[in-house]
Write a protein that binds this ligand. Structure first.
Ligand code: ADP
Ligand code: MG
Length: 348
């Protein structure tokens, strides 16, 4: 199995950094190994180098999971994160954004909810979709996934209309239940298993400006469904060194989805979360992110604060729970960046 590496944006800057951490040592080693690659390519222009992807499983009818774990001895091939060259989705039309990172606890759910509520405050029509069997998004709006009778499982597998599982809360929410844990297995047997969510959203797409999809901490069939339905992907990343590693696998999966199922989907941005400006560790982690992914990294840093854990207990977003606090403002700032990022790309 091949393991595709991300191409750092500016290897010379990274190379010149004082090596202080294990990860930087690893990155240096990676950079040495990639020394034959033309690292001067601009992010927006860089094609995906899919050589190693040919060795990865394709959608050939075999059950998920689709992505292989990286192997230490695997060949080193670069695959830069690609922003598709198509017109920016959503400046006109509905933007469908998947929040993904196969690592748990990086603030996917928190970001889906609070960004959604921030868009609603700005006057946009917002639907959230809970695709995580853990149902944390559903819970954070005061609903109990254990007692919900019809959920996204029924939408994806039994093909009931998605409008049947939408609850009106702070924002509209298509709910998850514990059943969703069986969805990957049930979907695996179905033809069109990767397009189930995309098809379900057709019914309601015109009613919303933003459809935000919270995904589970894996790159299995539920997350693939989100990528196929999405116009873009936002990746919340905890401000710590090991964060970079997971992004490689994430981009591999996205590259396969682009090849096979949805040519327009790509990473719209990376959100640094749980940022603690007092620690050198967090500041360096963000620097490394920016060195590697440039302006894909949103300028808004979501700081570490207990407010984000307190709000869901009250069945509320942070914007509802503490509307004037810094934690709420951070997601309003991010909402503006997400909006303007798309406009900027459309006019570029
Ligand atoms: P994921 O969906 O990626 O698993 P969550 O959004 O559920 O992550 O966040 C994991 C935990 O961290 C939750 O308890 C959440 O309340 C908390 N959390 C999220 N964002 C922050 C933050 N910026 N600062 C502190 N805690 C946070
Ligand atoms: Mg979650």
């Amino acid at each position: 199995m091949g393991f595709v590496r991300l191409l750092p944006r500016s290897s010379s800057r990274a190379r010149n950094r004082v090596v202080e951490t294990d990860l930087e040592i690893d990155l240096e080693a990676d950079l040495e190994a990639e020394s034959e690659v033309d690292v001067s390519k601009k992010r927006h222009k860089a094609p995906v180098e899919l050589t190693a992807l040919e060795e990865l499983p394709v959608f050939d009818g075999s059950p998920a999971p689709i992505v292989s774990a990286p192997v230490a001895s695997a060949p080193v091939v670069s695959a830069p994160i690609v922003v598709p060259q198509a017109p920016a989705p959503g400046v006109t039309g509905t933007r469908v954004i998947a929040f993904a990172n196969q690592k748990g606890g990086v603030a996917k759910t928190t970001t889906t909810l609070n960004l959604g509520v921030a868009f609603k405050e700005m006057g946009y029509r917002v639907l959230l979709v809970d695709l995580d069997p853990q149902g944390n998004l559903t819970m954070s709006q005061g609903l109990n996934p254990d007692t919900i009778e019809t959920s996204m499982f029924d939408v994806l597998v039994r093909k009931i209309p998605i409008s049947d599982v939408i609850e009106r809360r702070e924002v509209d929410l298509a709910v998850a239940s514990i059943d969703l844990a069986g969805a990957e297995l049930a979907l695996a047997a179905l033809i069109g298993r990767e397009r189930s969510l995309e098809k379900a959203l057709v019914e309601v797409r015109d009613r919303y400006d933003f459809i935000l999809i919270d995904t589970p901490p894996s790159l299995g069939l539920l997350t693939i469904n989100a990528f196929v339905a999405a116009t873009g992907v936002i990746v919340p990343v905890q401000c710590e060194y090991l964060a970079l590693r997971g992004l490689v696998q994430l981009e591999n999966t996205l590259a396969m989805v682009r090849e096979n199922l949805n040519p327009l989907v790509g990473v719209e941005g990376i959100v640094p979360t749980m940022y603690d400006a007092r620690t050198l560790h967090a500041r360096e982690a963000v620097e490394i992110l920016e060195e590697n992914f440039g302006d894909l990294v949103f300028k808004t840093r979501i700081r570490k604060t207990v407010r984000y854990a307190e709000a869901p207990v009250k069945g509320s977003s942070v914007l509802g729970y503490d509307p004037t606090g810094n934690a709420s403002q951070a997601y309003r700032d991010l909402a503006k960046e997400v909006l303007h990022g798309a406009e900027a790309r459309e006019h570029a």
